[in-house]
Design a protein around this ligand. Structure first.
Ligand SMILES: Cc1cc2nc3c(=O)[nH]c(=O)nc-3n(C[C@H](O)[C@H](O)[C@H](O)COP(=O)(O)O)c2cc1C
Length: 180
């Protein structure tokens, strides 16, 4: 592997984890993940997000129950960070873009800290229950909760055969023009 490819390998190791051990998450690590998120870039630097750091087991489990199956990772997560966005209808796409940037940063930060994380998507019909659990004001909603913890051995195992986790390079990366 070239040096450049080796340098970006920590990013390639970032994976979605949905099952966590009982080991607690260091509060300083959780703060570092939240800081990585709030330093994400956003459209016109509007920073539309607010991040709710959740450590209370009862809240984590209630979130898991509310949004199954997408929220199953929260059944074992020791912590989570919810992204609260404004409900402004005209800004939906741009806020979603910014939200994705922050969510991925949290997954990367967790991985760099030897933690693991996963995205739990809150379906629209589940959002009122989540708003109630998190005490959101009327003008905010949560679509993404990032589950955080230490991965179980099973969760650490590769989910696919070597080389099969992603489409092959030649099918996804093109030079100069669409091929054909
Ligand atoms: C927009 C978005 C929403 C996702 N929603 C969920 C979800 O609700 N629950 C879940 O367990 N995983 C969710 N995922 C994680 C994907 O399933 C995961 O990234 C994909 O399976 C690749 O897994 P890997 O990165 O571990 O290879 C979501 C990912 C994205 C980008």
């Amino acid at each position: 592997m070239t040096d450049a490819a080796e340098d970006v390998r920590p990013l390639l190791r970032v994976r979605q984890v949905r099952e966590f051990t009982d080991a607690p998450v260091d509060p300083a690590a959780l703060d570092a993940v939240a800081d990585a998120a709030r330093w994400s870039g956003s459209s016109r630097n509007s920073q539309p997000w607010r991040f709710i750091v959740i450590r209370e087991p009862a809240t984590l489990r209630a979130l898991a129950e509310a949004g199954l199956p997408q929220t199953r990772s929260l059944a074992t997560a020791r912590a989570a960070i919810a992204i609260a966005l404004p409900t402004e209808p005209g800004r939906r796409v741009v806020h979603g873009y910014d939200e994705g940037r922050a969510a991925e940063r949290m997954l990367i930060a967790a991985s760099l800290l030897d933690l693991a994380a996963g995205i739990a998507w809150i379906r629209s019909e589940v959002r009122p229950a989540v708003a109630g659990l998190l005490g959101l004001p009327q003008d905010r909603f949560v679509r993404t909760v990032v589950a955080i913890g230490h991965p179980t051995d099973a969760a650490r195992k590769p989910k696919s055969a070597p080389g099969e986790a992603r489409l092959p390079r030649e099918e996804t990366v093109f030079s100069e023009r669409w091929p054909g």
